[in-house]
Design a protein around this ligand. Structure first.
Ligand code: CP
Length: 309
């Protein structure tokens, strides 16, 4: 399957076969991601990393992925250091960065920014998170983590807990898990439930969805618990945030009824929604999940830029 030069704006850009191919190559990339093997397959290529919102994992793992394959990275991590602060448009900025690089990775506070960038760039654009929109490469690494940890995605009971309204990672994830035959339960404060558009899309794909307001009611059947933080920065009104802050927390007590082999995932950063005492339990997979961002992004860069192991 040829993904060369493709834009990665939404997980909907991929079919299941394409995702499986990315996950298969990601598995082969693991020893390279760990530095146990060396590849220069992207020697001479340049990645333009544009981060107009804070990031630790996505920005650094794209940079690490590119470096591990021999590519170089040019990057911007603050709008204030670019000519956008003088009034330049995103479209003109993208025109510049496409002239300076071979692939563009964009994080932006506005939903739709990655699609706009892709429309203006002849080089592949990868959406690294657009506002409350989506974060497709996070979804790819989430799928990879479930496959690696559980052996399969098909038939898994996945409980998605947290801010499902503003948490962009869970929108793409719900759709992709459905593509792979997982069963979904959404647990959120009522004001932060999954947007209707995502629910309808999952249902149109034949997905099974349960809705719950308390994790205690559903934890015993879960194979995967995917936790997200409340996205304080996306609330138009800070008092609305105060009403839901701290409404859920995963600690050892909350996991008492869980299956022994339940895995707990989180895209990170976490604030207070997973107690650090969970980190030492066999359930905690979120740090391995974060590492998986490197092999998955290596695989994606290799496929978009036409590199071969
Ligand atoms: N998971 C994730 O997107 O983390 P960062 O915001 O640190 O990139």
């Amino acid at each position: 399957m040829n993904l060369k030069n493709m834009d990665v704006v939404s997980i909907r850009d991929f079919n299941r076969e394409q995702i499986e191919e990315i996950l298969d190559l990601s598995r082969k990339m693991v020893p390279y991601a760990r530095g146990e093997k060396v590849s220069r397959m992207l020697d001479g290529r340049i990645l333009g990393n544009l981060f107009f919102e804070p990031s630790t994992r996505t920005r650094l793992s794209f940079e690490s992925a590119a470096n591990r394959l021999g590519a170089r990275v040019i990057d911007v991590s603050q709008v204030s250091t670019t000519s956008i602060s003088k009034g330049e448009t995103l479209a003109d900025t993208i025109r510049m960065v496409e002239a300076y690089s071979d692939v563009i990775v964009l994080r932006h506070p506005h939903e739709g920014a990655a699609r706009l960038a892709a429309n203006f760039s002849s080089k592949p654009v990868i959406n690294a998170g657009d506002g409350a929109g989506s974060h497709p490469t996070q979804t790819l690494l989430d799928l990879f983590t479930v496959q690696e940890e559980k052996g399969s995605i098909d038939g898994m009971n996945v409980v998605i807990l947290g801010d499902l309204k503003y948490g962009r990672t869970v929108h793409s994830l719900a759709e992709a898990l459905t593509l792979f035959g997982a069963k979904l339960t959404f647990v959120a404060p009522p004001a932060l439930q999954m947007p209707l558009e995502t629910v309808k899309h999952v249902e149109s794909m034949g997905g099974e969805i349960k809705i719950a307001s308390d994790m205690k009611d559903v934890i015993s059947d879960a194979d995967v618990l995917y936790v997200t933080r409340i996205q304080r920065e996306r609330f138009p009104d800070p008092t609305e945030y105060q009403k839901v802050a701290g409404m859920y927390r995963v600690d050892i007590d909350a996991l008492r009824e869980a299956k022994k082999d339940l895995i707990v995932l989180h895209p990170l950063p976490r604030i207070d929604e997973i107690d650090p005492e969970v980190d030492a339990t066999p359930h905690a997979c979120y740090f391995r999940q974060a590492f998986n961002g490197i092999p998955v992004r290596m695989a994606l860069l290799a496929m978009l830029l036409g590199g071969e192991l």
